[in-house]
Design a protein around this ligand. Structure first.
Ligand SMILES: Nc1ncnc2c1ncn2[C@@H]1O[C@H](COP(=O)(O)OP(=O)(O)O)[C@@H](O)[C@H]1O
Ligand SMILES: [Mg+2]
Length: 241
């Protein structure tokens, strides 16, 4: 579903990604972790073309992300992305946040978009909040809305960039629960997170990054039980204690 081959990227003279190669199969859940500044956000943003690359190749469901002929808006509508900060439109009600891209990008009719929005709002347990504005919801609720909004587009894969790291601790689980459910239903997911409980529960593989390189890319159990590099051992020791 997602295929990165020898991907390198520079910001000016600074090389942020070096020769990153990995793939995510349909239905697979891959957790990306590593120290701050190691390139996790950049890597995940290259997958839906939010960050261009200078070397290598990225295929999403057979589409070349970095081909000039690729329609990036269309690609992004199929690859949902959820960020640390929810990025809902503050001046639109929750339901209107869910309807907007369906109508604008997918050209769905308004009534169908509304039905879909309400269905997904129900799924994340927020039906009662449809008419409220984002500012009236807690961080955890807003992030669940952001996930519902991405799901309204019928994505073929979902990218998450530290979706719980801006949340108060008591709200982290309500968001993780939604993500666990998605994973268990077979959604293809690439998730940047330091929530190792989530990784242990649903990840198939773990990618560990450091200084713009993929240092480890292994099955989950191997990563936790038998990390190969000193840097991954270090990281795990810090994060698990
Ligand atoms: N737009 C940018 N311009 C220049 N440097 C950037 C930009 N975005 C990120 N960086 C740098 O690239 C490195 C990796 O950033 P990032 O992908 O955000 O790492 P992570 O998500 O692992 O914390 C960092 O050193 C960061 O300062
Ligand atoms: Mg980041």
């Amino acid at each position: 579903m997602i295929n990165l081959k020898n991907v390198s990227k520079w910001y000016g003279h600074f090389q942020v990604l070096t020769d990153c190669t990995t793939e995510v199969q349909k239905g697979e859940v891959v957790v990306v972790c590593g120290p701050s500044g190691s390139g996790k956000s950049t890597l995940i943003k290259t997958v839906n073309g939010l960050e261009p690359i200078q070397q290598g190749n990225i295929l999403v469901n057979g589409t070349e992300v970095n081909n000039k002929k690729t329609n990036l808006a269309q690609l992004r509508s199929k690859v949902g992305m959820v960020f640390q900060h929810f990025e809902l439109f503050p001046h639109l009600s929750i339901i209107d946040n869910l309807v907007l891209a369906q109508v604008k990008v997918l050209k769905r009719d308004k009534a169908a978009a509304r039905d879909k929005g309400l269905k997904l709002l129900d799924r994340v347990g927020l039906t009662a909040h449809a008419q409220k504005f984002p500012g009236q919801l807690s961080g955890g609720q807003q992030q669940r809305v952001a996930i519902a909004r991405a799901l309204c587009m019928d994505p073929i894969a979902m990218l998450f960039d530290e979706p719980t790291s801006a949340l108060d601790p008591e709200m982290i689980n309500e968001v993780l629960d939604v993500m666990v459910e998605l994973a268990q239903e077979g959604m293809t997911m690439m998730v940047v997170t330091h929530e190792m409980g989530f990784a242990r529960k649903v990840a198939n593989r773990v990618i560990f990054m450091d200084e713009g390189k993929i240092i480890e890319d292994t099955r989950k159990d191997d990563f936790f039980n038998n990390p190969q590099s000193d840097r991954a051992k270090d990281f795990l020791a810090k994060i698990l204690h």
